[in-house]
Design a protein around this ligand. Structure first.
Ligand SMILES: Cc1cc2nc3c(=O)[nH]c(=O)nc-3n(C[C@H](O)[C@H](O)[C@H](O)COP(=O)(O)O)c2cc1C
Length: 213
């Protein structure tokens, strides 16, 4: 893709997308002030199904915890153990999505028409997901967009990152001190500055993975 006629912002964004890669070893040095909040804000501004924002971003910058319990819970992956910041994107368990429950009511109350209008719109899809046994798969899926935005945001801030799916969920929740009866781990992201050779991207051509019309 040449991108010759694209707006400047799009070209800059494409360049970031090209630069971002899954970093496997970080230098572990603390991030500059403000960067942790910035990455969390990239998550907060992410879209979520029905605007429910079902997540809790559990960030840890303490090197002893990262290199100890978090590293262990993520199958001793160096990308986690060497990171300057680890963010586990937790999402709610199925029971939270009950159309008449407290969580949905409180999120719904922020929108025009409040809970009654929201509920009328939501209940059909909720019933479909519940009937298919897909509520928790749907819940976990929300974490991926928030994570993607954090990864792109990190690239824009000159940081390296790695999305991490290799974790023992129960061990990770225990390491974070969070209740496994309430929370699932959607995805984990590790951030910092790479301490390795940047790897070239390996990608299929656009014509082989996209079909137009
Ligand atoms: C959902 C997801 C989970 C991933 N989990 C891991 C992981 O546990 N450990 C790891 O080293 N890389 C993990 N990766 C990184 C991928 O291996 C990497 O993004 C892919 O090989 C493409 O390389 P690139 O991102 O450097 O272009 C994960 C990526 C995604 C999208």
């Amino acid at each position: 893709m040449s991108g010759a006629s694209l707006p400047e912002g799009a070209l800059a964004f494409l360049e970031l997308m090209r630069r971002r890669y899954a970093c496997k070893r970080f230098d572990g040095r603390p991030l500059e002030p403000g960067l942790e909040d910035y990455l969390l804000e990239c998550g907060r501004l992410s879209p979520s199904s029905f605007g429910l924002e079902p997540w809790l971003f559990r960030s840890v910058s303490d090197r002893a915890r990262i290199g100890g319990p978090l590293y262990e819970a993520c199958f001793r992956q160096e990308a986690v153990g060497s990171a300057s910041l680890v963010v586990a994107i937790l999402v709610r368990r199925a029971q939270a999505y009950d159309p008449d429950g407290d969580f949905v009511a409180s999120r719904a109350g922020r929108f025009p028409g409040g809970h009654p209008v929201f509920r009328a719109d939501y209940i059909g899809y909720y019933g479909f997901l519940a009937g298919e046994g897909r509520l928790e798969a749907w819940s976990r899926a929300q974490a991926y967009l928030a994570c993607a935005n954090m990864l792109s945001g990190a690239a824009a801030a000159g940081l390296d990152s790695c999305p991490i799916e290799g974790f023992d969920e129960a061990a990770l929740l225990a390491a974070l001190g969070e209740d496994g009866g309430q929370w699932l781990v959607g995805l984990v992201a590790a951030f910092g500055r790479g301490d390795e050779e940047r790897r070239e991207k390996i990608r299929e051509s656009l014509s082989s993975i996209a079909r137009r019309g």
